[in-house]
Design a protein around this ligand. Structure first.
Ligand code: SF4
Ligand code: SF4
Length: 501
């Protein structure tokens, strides 16, 4: 690994109420994610570069967003500066920069909102902390709204439920509207619009990759497990993150999905038109791009004539699917009403296990001592199955059905209080590696406890971003990078192929 030009935080023993770190003002002021090139912005409908009269245009766009969202207005008007959120952000805990305290991050936008859209802010700006939108403020917005993974952990602890993620999304939309976009998100979104996935992987390459996967699995198991693409009349359309097609450990999860479909005898297909579950439009707060990106999935489902849509292991994609698809690309009246639309792959596998449709050999995973990382967008922004807390229960039940050794991390670091992996919200880019490593610290601290107390050697996740982030950051904390494992790899390894055929 190349030597990092920053220090990895030292891990301390986990404490339920940790001491507030001493603050280091300006500690992350230098970290500016790569800006989008003009073409990246233009390809997704924004001005290529900073527009003339940008201050007025930004303030106008902010006003439109506040007028269009009662929630955003309440979040901006309600904060009483109680301080309950200050030490709840993994980026503050890992970097000690006070502008990474959720309330301080919010105030970057709130102070501008107050200056232009409140009576007190217009007439007595200093009294109410109202500030004009000038270049230093724009620079702080760019840096610190790209140091928020929109994980919503802070909102769980706020007595008013103020959601910094929504404020961060609004800030990014305002910046995009004046030509100040982020390279990572905007470049990727253009690829999805043009080709159908984040990687820009064209159909022939996708088909090739999947054929290679079929050969590999047949060589390993002696059974031909199909990974079909564009199969008209299949029952299920699987929408999965494109990282599943090539990255580690993602691809082992895809193999697991294939084994589940194979053993359950369900006809399924991927789509070359909609070969991506991820929808980075949410990260930049762009409703137009959110809809345009999701629409490919409706088109593919109609074209292929499927009865169900199942979403693979991807955290924010599940939030978009669960919370927004119906409004964006519904109604799903063309699908079979017997099944949830959409359905999560974990919910699907859980249901098969409940019905005895899968034969799982737990002993096949006896070399694994497993813990589970709840991904933010699944834990705090969606549900799974038809039981309250299903998004916490179902993944754990599936793991326990497939493996003998499972250990949860400390209660204040899981379920709705889970810590972000440090790479969500459009921050999974190497130019933000310092932030990613430091932001991973609270999760690493909780992991260290179960490693020491329970000999845990496997960290399971159901999010493509979490998997990539952990594969890269675990070694910074002296853990093995390959500890991170797809949930459906654990399932796939336990499936006894052939027994239900
Ligand atoms: S949403 Fe997450 S990353 Fe953003 S301020 Fe809150 S805790 Fe931090
Ligand atoms: S917890 Fe809520 S009300 Fe309190 S400072 Fe944070 S955002 Fe404001």
């Amino acid at each position: 690994m190349a030597k990092a030009n920053f220090d990895t935080p030292a891990l301390q023993p986990h404490q339920e109420t940790p001491d507030l770190p001493s603050v280091k003002p300006g500690a992350m002021q230098h970290l500016k994610t790569f800006p989008a090139k003009p073409l990246h912005n233009e390809n997704i409908g924004y001005p290529g570069e900073l527009v003339e009269d940008w201050q007025n245009k930004a303030v106008k766009r902010l006003g439109e967003l506040v007028d269009g969202s009662q929630a955003l207005r309440v979040f901006l008007d309600t904060c009483v500066k109680c301080g309950a959120c200050t030490d709840k952000c993994h980026y503050f805990l890992g970097t000690k920069d006070p502008l990474n305290m959720p309330v301080a991050r919010q105030d970057l936008l709130r102070s501008v909102y107050r200056r232009y859209y409140t009576f007190a802010g217009k007439h007595f700006p200093k009294l109410v902390g109202a500030k004009g939108f000038d270049k230093p403020m724009l620079d702080d917005w760019y840096n610190y709204f790209h140091q928020c993974s929109q994980c919503r952990r802070c909102s769980v602890f706020c007595p008013y439920g103020i959601d910094t993620a929504e404020i961060s999304m609004a800030a990014r939309e305002v910046m995009d509207s004046i030509g100040v976009g982020q390279k990572y998100c905007n470049e990727i979104l253009a690829k999805v619009h043009k080709i159908g996935n984040n990687l820009g992987l064209p159909e022939p390459a996708l088909v090739d990759t999947l054929e290679g996967l079929e050969e590999d699995v047949e060589e390993d198991t002696g059974v031909l497990v199909r990974f079909p693409v564009d199969q008209k009349g299949a029952d299920v359309l699987l929408i999965t993150p494109s990282a599943d097609f090539f990255a580690e450990p993602h691809i082992d999860g895809l193999i697991g999905y294939g084994k589940v479909f194979h053993q359950a005898g369900i006809r399924w297909t991927l789509s070359s038109h909609a070969s991506e579950a991820a929808n980075f439009s949410m990260f930049i707060g762009s409703n137009d791009n959110l809809k345009k990106t999701a629409m490919r999935i409706r088109e593919a489902a109609l074209e292929l004539g499927v009865k169900r849509i199942i979403v693979g292991e991807c955290g924010h994609a599940w939030r978009v699917a669960y919370s927004f698809w119906n409004t964006l690309i519904g109604p799903f009246d063309f699908l079979d009403p017997k099944y949830p639309a959409p359905q999560h792959i974990v919910e699907f596998t859980y249901d098969l296990i409940q019905r005895g449709a899968l034969t799982l050999n737990k002993e096949a995973n006896d070399h694994r001592r497993i813990t589970f990382h709840d991904s933010c967008n699944v834990a705090r922004a969606s549900r799974m199955g038809n039981i309250p807390g299903g998004q916490f229960i179902l993944p754990r039940e599936v793991i326990k059905a497939a493996a003998n050794h499972f250990f949860d991390m400390a209660p204040d670091t899981i379920h709705e209080k889970t810590f972000c992996c440090g790479g969500g919200g459009g921050l999974l880019t190497d130019d933000l590696m310092e932030l990613r490593v430091k932001g991973a610290m609270p999760r690493m601290q909780a992991l260290q406890q179960v490693v020491e107390e329970n000999d845990v050697n496997t960290l399971v996740a159901i999010c493509a971003i979490c998997k990539t982030q952990f594969a890269k950051t675990l070694p910074y904390y002296q853990f093995q990078g390959d500890m991170i494992t797809s949930l459906h790899e654990v399932v796939g390894d336990a499936i006894q192929l052939g027994t239900k055929e």
